[in-house]
Design a protein around this ligand. Structure first.
Ligand SMILES: [Zn+2]
Length: 314
């Protein structure tokens, strides 16, 4: 991945950033400390405002000379639809992030991986080159796994349970909002899920199950439920580690910060720490310092499953 200075230079060819950086321009800082002080954070609301103002589907985030090859609508409940564009290299690195999520879970050649999610979710579209044009190798192709997909809508829960029963996948990736109907269906059929799959992974864009919800589903289903964090606006992925139970992510693909933000509704100026993501690989729609809705803090690295990886507590 390129140094941060190059990243800023590249991003500043996109009108969205050009205006924000102002005089910073191409003389921008080249190390992460100065980076955090000088580069302003950006929010989903700002992307929405820019989309409405300019009419540009990517909120003027496309870098100069970049050709959008694959375009996805971002899964946010915003007043206007937001899109992100990727080229071959963007897809390749994004799929590498998903591969690492799968590897952290111990997935390997021959494992069947079931996905109960929408086609616009990176958990689905980065899984295999069969699903996405210009994606040379998805996570399943890279690891030699076999992906099985089910539409990510809750009324398809019965079929998802059939997939578990008949295909016996090692893992089931499942949208947070499908977990409850899936669980109800498992209970209705009197299925002992652990006979069919080893664990579940709960996924939703820019949202995480609370620890309480996670524990409740684990008790009901009788298998571990891990959490995968997606932030589609930043093309970011982080995976809960089965060993340390913190979220892992990767320093060569992302720069992760935890930034104190004032809570609007609090009168006493209380602050909470939120995750801020810079994407180090996205060239078509660069993402610098995306201020997310996810509360979290960075813990020291050093997990045996990835000694140099970021560890995020939420
Ligand atoms: Zn770990």
């Amino acid at each position: 991945m390129q140094p941060i200075g190059h990243l800023i230079q590249h991003a500043s060819t996109a009108p969205f950033y050009k205006r924000r950086f102002g005089s910073l321009g191409t003389d921008a800082v080249s190390h992460s400390k100065g980076f955090a002080e000088k580069i302003p954070t950006m929010t989903l609301e700002e992307l929405v405002a820019e989309k409405i103002r300019s009419g540009d589907p990517y909120s003027l985030r496309c870098a100069k000379g970049r050709l959008p090859l694959v375009v996805f609508q971002l899964e946010y409940d915003t007043e206007t639809a937001l899109y992100v564009a990727l080229d071959r290299d963007d897809l390749k690195h994004y799929a590498e992030a998903l591969r690492r999520c799968w590897s952290l879970l111990g997935l390997k050649r021959g494992d069947r991986v079931a996905i109960f999610d929408y086609g616009t979710s990176p958990v689905s579209y980065l899984a295999s080159s069969l699903f996405t044009p210009y994606l040379k190798q998805g996570a399943a192709d890279l690891l030699g796994c076999l992906p099985i997909c089910n539409d990510g809508v809750s009324h398809m829960a019965r079929r998802a349970v059939d997939i578990a029963r008949l295909v016996r996948p090692r893992v089931f990736f499942i949208r947070n909002d499908c977990l409850q109907p899936f669980t109800a269906e498992v209970e209705r059929e009197g299925l002992r899920l652990s006979d069919y799959t080893l664990f579940l992974v709960a996924v939703e864009n820019e949202s995480l199950l609370s620890k309480t919800e996670q524990g409740a589903f684990e008790r009901k289903l009788g298998v571990p439920v891990y959490r995968l964090l997606r932030m589609d606006a930043a093309m970011f992925l982080a995976m809960e580690c089965p060993e340390c139970r913190l979220l892992h992510s990767w320093q060569d693909l992302y720069l992760v910060e935890s930034v104190a933000e004032r809570i609007e509704e609090q009168v006493d100026n209380e602050k909470e720490h939120r995750l801020v993501i810079t994407n180090r690989f996205a060239r078509t729609c660069p993402t610098l310092r995306y201020l997310s809705q996810i509360k979290g803090s960075l813990e020291p690295a050093g997990c045996p499953r990835g000694p140099k990886e970021y560890r995020i507590a939420t």
